[in-house]
Design a protein around this ligand. Sequence first.
Ligand SMILES: Nc1ncnc2c1ncn2[C@@H]1O[C@H](COP(=O)(O)OP(=O)(O)OP(=O)(O)O)[C@@H](O)[C@H]1O
Length: 366
Amino acid sequence: MAEIALKSLAHSYLATPGSPEDYAIREMTHVWQQGGAYALLGPSGCGKSTLLNIISGLLEPSSGEVLFDGQVVNALSPEHRNIAQVFQFPVVYDTMTVYDNLAFPLRNVGTSEDKVHERVLEVADVLELTPQLKRKAKNLSADEKQKVSMGRGLVRDDVSAILFDEPLTVIDPQLKWKLRRKLKEIHQRFNITMVYVTHDQLEASTFADKIAVMYEGQVVQFGTPRELFERPAHTFVGYFIGSPGMNLFDVRARDGEIVAGDTIIPLGRGIYDAVAKASSNNVKLGVRPEFVEVHVAPVEGGIEVTVDDIQDLGTYSILSLHLGDIALKARIDEDSPTPHNNAFIRFPDDRIGLYVDEFRVEIDHE
Ligand SMILES: Nc1ncnc2c1ncn2[C@@H]1O[C@H](COP(=O)(O)OP(=O)(O)OP(=O)(O)O)[C@@H](O)[C@H]1O
């Protein structure tokens, strides 16, 4: 088991990279602590698999260092890094039984048969594979094969870390939820550093204590699911986390007021000052649909908006609103009054995020 540190790491698949866009991993320094359950979350193409393959040693980074417990491992082969990796699609030996598939990684490192037996039974039990132990892997369903594949990753308790690359892609939705809980249980039981790659926020937050959100080859935020929701450090995190994502719109300071398009947004002095002194023209306010206050009648400080659509989702509704040219979403509980053609909204100061050049800027609320 190990702490995994990435020091000034960068990677480009091009021979002579020039601009930042040429890098699949832009220079980053990041630490995965020993024993943590982490997710690496981001959209397709943001660099998740590249990063995982650099950690496991399948790929050599263009620059920077990978350290396990403080030791540089760049020169070590994947076998010598002692990392278990579970891929998107099952990696099993079809002609072997499930038992022998699970035993393989242990026998490979010369584990005694007593210990092999004990671990295989333990892992089979957790993954509910005991009834299949004697079956040949080729006779299993896709779900079962992937469970065997995961079991092969979990069977050794002496690995530095286990890396999961979208391991539940081929798994039936019903079983997905159950397996995520299982993985969490296994993590708690064995205390192994686990990094779980996914593009699915639900998958990330049910598995991980802390999530690294990746965007264009960078980790733009590393935090708990709650931190990502309440204080997104980057507009991408605001947009990507939450359903629907955060409302983000351009604002500027004009004659002592904050304006969005031509509409004055009534907010506190602290936010105005921060907008007025922003070092760029790229200034956005961010507010989650959950925190938009919706009124059916005029209220002090309320901004009139048009209501385009109401999506009734049972215990809550999502409103699609228009403030001038700006499209917004708001979430209201089932027992709140539902507006019709128009509504009056307010943004609570303490729920507003200010983003300059896409990164969050702290506001001094007075
Ligand atoms: N072998 C390769 N050669 C050249 N470019 C590559 C190679 N592998 C990945 N890339 C590029 O590097 C970037 C990051 O890809 P990567 O596969 O790491 O992203 P990802 O977040 O894992 O995406 P996905 O979820 O689709 O696998 C992408 O622009 C991709 O096209």
